[in-house]
Ligand binder design. Sequence first.
Ligand code: SF4
Ligand code: SF4
Length: 342
Amino acid sequence: MTYKLNGIQLNEFFARVASDKKLYLPVDTENGARFEEWTEGKTLSSKLNTVRSAKDFFFPQVQGIVDFKLEGKNIEVIDRREEVKDFVVFGVRACDAAAFAVLDRVFLSEHVDSFYAEKRNAATVITLACSNPEETCFCSSFGIDASAPGGDVEARLVEDALYLSPLTEKGEAFVESIKDLLVSADDAVVEADKALIKAKIAKLPLASLKPADLRDKQLETFESEAWAELSQSCLGCGSCTFVCPTCQCYDIRDFDTGHEVKRFRCWDSCMYSDFTLMAAENPRHTQPERFRQRFMHKLVYFPMNNDGVYGCVGCGRCLKKCPVSLNIVKVMKRIGGVKNEQ
Ligand code: SF4
Ligand code: SF4
């Protein structure tokens, strides 16, 4: 069932949603689009996607875990876990929604990460179909459909009218909570919009890029001579990992404030020379080895261990952000018999 806003403006819709729960949505800033809490006067970003991905909602860059206070011979352990209230995220694109499924496989598998799980449970994700996909987008390479982005509620803007299709129980509950703002929508409009988006995606420069199935070619791919050349200009800055919606590596550190010790976790990057540094040594000594690890993980190891699901969703952020124009597309084109029919 699809609904449509009954003659009200987007901002009235946002105000109503925000009157019940915190609402986050992409807004334009001088540094590009970013998710912010909606308050009166904020408008939906005009950009296709945010600079940083929506993974921050569930896996923030820095997360306080526990504090330790030493008093005499006693150590007080202070749990820093905060109550997570239900919230709504509007405007998540198909790539980022698909990235949640990748992160779920990591954080909600055998050992459930309770920090992540609490936030995932508290969130209602309203996705937004990509009316104007960009040249750097290649989500379709990984079977992601930007015209039907998933989440709890699938939203689309057609001629400035907002259409909402609930997909999960949470989505149904959300729609029920604002039912007085909605009328039933014509499914034909939705289908026509999907067809239009698919046609646009088929014309994108990377539309025919397909990842090769390298699960049985692990050693061959690992030993490829192409890594040395591909990684030659990598600066090890880690930008590609920090903007990536599927990168999930983190470190746990202690910070001594002088009064107490704060234990927190923070994003880490496999591109850094001290990544997974152990007392004996670092398992990867050179930047080419670190570069290879990043892409072997996304294109070989992750699918090997996750039913063929790749660790990339084709969001294109690393194509835009790498200062020396290295990215996963270049790797896919060189490593392992990738099919690019264009
Ligand atoms: S590797 Fe690049 S294109 Fe793929 S999900 Fe990460 S940032 Fe996006
Ligand atoms: S690939 Fe690019 S963005 Fe990633 S670490 Fe190397 S230089 Fe930085």
